[in-house]
Design a protein around this ligand. Structure first.
Ligand code: NI
Length: 393
């Protein structure tokens, strides 16, 4: 336990709730987080932390230098809201119809600022630097903000040695923190398949190439990639979300389009799935006299946690919140998160902060009634401060 840190957290509880509510009332979509970014930058400056703004649009980075030189650790928080109409009846309800912080990123900004508040007062005891990365557009996959920030150099000058990411989950009880070693979230890719046949009269099929029938074979055969081709012990998913083709019951369709997503956990299986989709589409179309084209786009890569960083997160949280506060996530999830880009550049640790109020129910992330227990904000800041100060000892 660390009473000093806990007290530092208690002292900023109200301030963090106010910050969170302010951001919650003023949600901004990805790459439009102008007000939120300004708010973060102003707070950092008031703490005498060096600030760089407008990185790839709305990105903000604060650099806190410890008294003595040493390693650099970064903490990343995302800032964007979602195109959701808020249905919560709370005094701090979104003032902008059609926009809402339905994924808790308002809380992430508040927690990250809370860590900056606590750590700025501890700078004399820190050996090294802390980078506070306020990231735009996590929800804007496949063009999330992380890859643009990395390209803009946020992991350089000074070079980041380790990075921490976190997310509030509303189904995990407040006061609980979930960690996972190794692979945590999947790579998420998207693809479109365009099938070109030859339209015609429904009574004269021999004069046509029916794009709807060709699609049927493609849909069925793509199911065999995961069931017959990929290693069953290495999870992957191929989901076809839309199928469109034809105009009328009595016209043979000349075109059809299928859209889908693939989720994988290694670069090898990622490439394999892409190649297999392309090969199946080509061979089926060729055999049936149609033309097929696959447009495959890589989205977020899989999120890979570093054992040593997770070990640090686990022991730091246990140290300050007690051994019962941490539990292990048993399986990775097929969802994705663009913190994954950071995890492919520097040793990373992404963990979950429980946000479910005691005895209460919850609505999932992205739900119009999503909310979380605000009592988790200052403990979240304490936990991050502990991780950072343990790293920079
Ligand atoms: Ni989120």
């Amino acid at each position: 336990m660390n009473p000093q840190l806990l007290q530092a957290g208690e002292a900023i509880t109200k301030q963090l709730i106010d910050i969170r509510r302010d951001i919650h009332m003023h949600p901004e979509l990805g790459m439009e987080e102008y007000r939120t970014a300004r708010l973060a930058a102003e707070h950092l400056r008031s703490l005498d932390i060096e600030v760089e703004e407008e990185i790839s649009g709305t990105g903000v980075v604060g650099l806190l230098k410890g008294k003595t030189p040493g390693k650099t650790i970064a903490i990343r928080g995302d800032m964007d809201a979602l195109a959701v109409d808020e249905e919560n009846d709370v005094p701090y309800k979104s003032r902008f119809p059609g926009k809402m912080h339905a994924c808790g990123h308002d809380g992430h900004v508040a927690i990250l600022l809370g860590a900056a508040m606590i750590l700025s007062k501890m700078r004399d005891s820190l050996k090294g630097q802390v980078k506070f990365i306020f990231q735009p557009a996590e929800e804007k996959g496949p063009d999330g903000g992380a890859k643009f920030l990395i390209k803009a150099g946020v992991l350089k000058e000074p070079d980041v040695d380790a990075i921490i990411g976190f997310h509030i989950f509303p189904h995990i009880p407040a006061g609980q923190y979930m960690v996972r070693y190794g692979k945590m979230m999947a790579a998420s890719d998207t693809f479109q398949i365009a099938i070109k046949g030859k339209g015609g009269h429904p009574g004269l099929p021999h004069q046509t190439v029916d794009a709807v029938v060709v699609s049927g074979y493609i849909i069925t055969s793509l199911q065999t990639i995961v069931s017959r081709n990929t290693n069953p012990l290495e999870p992957s998913v191929v989901t076809l979300g839309t199928i469109n083709g034809g105009t009328r019951h009595n016209i043979i369709a000349d075109k059809a389009e299928i859209k889908g997503t693939a989720r994988t956990f290694t670069e090898t299986s990622r490439t394999f799935v892409e190649e297999k989709i392309k090969a199946l589409v080509q061979s089926i179309c060729q055999g049936m006299g149609a033309e097929g084209e696959v447009n495959y786009q890589n989205g977020y890569p899989h999120l890979e946690n570093d054992d040593q960083v997770v070990q640090l997160i686990e022991s730091s949280i246990k140290d300050v919140m007690g051994p019962e506060a941490v539990f292990h996530m048993e399986q990775p999830v097929m969802g994705s998160e663009d913190f994954a880009y950071f995890s492919h550049h520097v040793p990373s640790g992404y963990f979950i902060i429980g946000g479910k109020a005691d005895g209460g129910g919850f609505h999932p992330n992205h739900h119009p009634k999503f909310n979380f227990d605000e009592g988790i904000l200052s403990p979240g800041a304490v936990v991050l401060s502990k991780i950072v100060s343990d790293y920079l000892k």
